[in-house]
Design a protein around this ligand. Structure first.
Ligand code: SF4
Ligand code: SF4
Length: 278
């Protein structure tokens, strides 16, 4: 489903039948998924999962891989919009539409499954309502034919379901990223295409914490940004904090939203260095 103003966290084929009813946290819906249901794992056999930065972080950590190893082995790149904003899809097994992490017992990375898998059979979308500064989440039911969970009698609110599925932590960790994407989309055509450098920065800050960790230890970064040694050590040693810092950094560089202190005279000293050819 296409929506130029929202970011979807939805799993399933592009043509998923979406209930045309907008849900909020207190809305009640009928659904239950469990191991004994006849359709168990049917939903993992035909996937279209967009990965978020926190999905990538959780999965690369679980698998003991570097960011670049995880991205190269388990994801497929795609363009998130007509300006080629870099996105990642979960890879499928060769010549199939099955998730690469599906095995005979089900999901082999269940505790670290992506946010789209956690929400299903709900979809979620971040929207910025006119004149509002914060991103608001809206939800909807995805009713696919193969999914028998809709016939189970269990009813719950969206808030209860999110809690059961561990969605809150993921949404929280991805919030700034979603704001960045929404801001780009709501800028409209007048904003123009991002530079090649901005696209590379988006790629690194979203999906490559190993490179970003190295980047913030370079002379060029230290020359411009004023971060105490203590704060830097904490960020470098804690990947969750590193991701949050990376997203803040991206917001600052792409949109000028100042939350990371800049050294006085940083611009001039960079210029001097460039002129000197170092
Ligand atoms: S009930 Fe739906 S979500 Fe659960 S296994 Fe079946 S198809 Fe997948
Ligand atoms: S990550 Fe797990 S739950 Fe999600 S599609 Fe793959 S096997 Fe299914």
């Amino acid at each position: 489903m296409a929506d130029k103003d929202g970011i979807q966290t939805q799993r399933g084929p592009y043509q998923s039948p979406i209930d045309p009813v907008e849900l909020d946290l207190d809305s009640v819906f009928q659904f239950r998924c469990h191991k004994d249901i006849a359709c168990f794992n049917a939903c993992c056999k035909n996937i279209d999962i967009t990965l978020t930065p926190y999905d990538v972080l959780r999965l690369k950590r679980r698998l003991g891989l570097s960011s670049s190893e995880f991205v190269a082995t388990y994801t497929v790149p795609f363009a998130m919009d007509h300006h080629d904003m870099p996105g990642l899809k979960m890879a499928t097994k060769p010549q199939t539409t099955q998730c690469v992490f599906l095995n005979e017992d089900g999901c082999s990375i269940y505790e670290d499954r992506p946010i789209a898998c956690r929400y299903y059979a709900l979809g979620s979308m971040g929207v910025r309502k006119k004149a509002a500064s914060d991103v608001e989440d809206i939800f909807f039911v995805v009713r696919e034919e193969h999914c028998l969970g809709h016939q189970e009698p269990d009813r719950q609110t969206v808030a209860q379901y999110r809690q059961q599925q561990g969605c809150e932590e993921y949404d929280q960790a991805n919030r700034t990223w979603r704001e960045i994407i929404l801001k780009k989309r709501s800028g409209g055509p007048a904003i123009g295409a991002p530079s090649e450098r901005s696209l590379q920065l988006f790629d690194m800050c979203s999906y490559d914490m190993d490179s970003f960790r190295e980047f913030i230890q370079t002379e060029g970064f230290e020359e411009v940004f004023d971060i105490s040694d203590n704060d830097k050590t904490t960020i470098i040693e804690d990947e969750d904090k590193l991701l949050q810092f990376s997203l803040r950094f991206m917001k600052q560089v792409l949109y000028g939203e100042r939350s990371i202190p800049v050294r006085q005279g940083a611009k001039q000293s960079r210029l001097r260095r460039h002129r000197a050819g170092s």
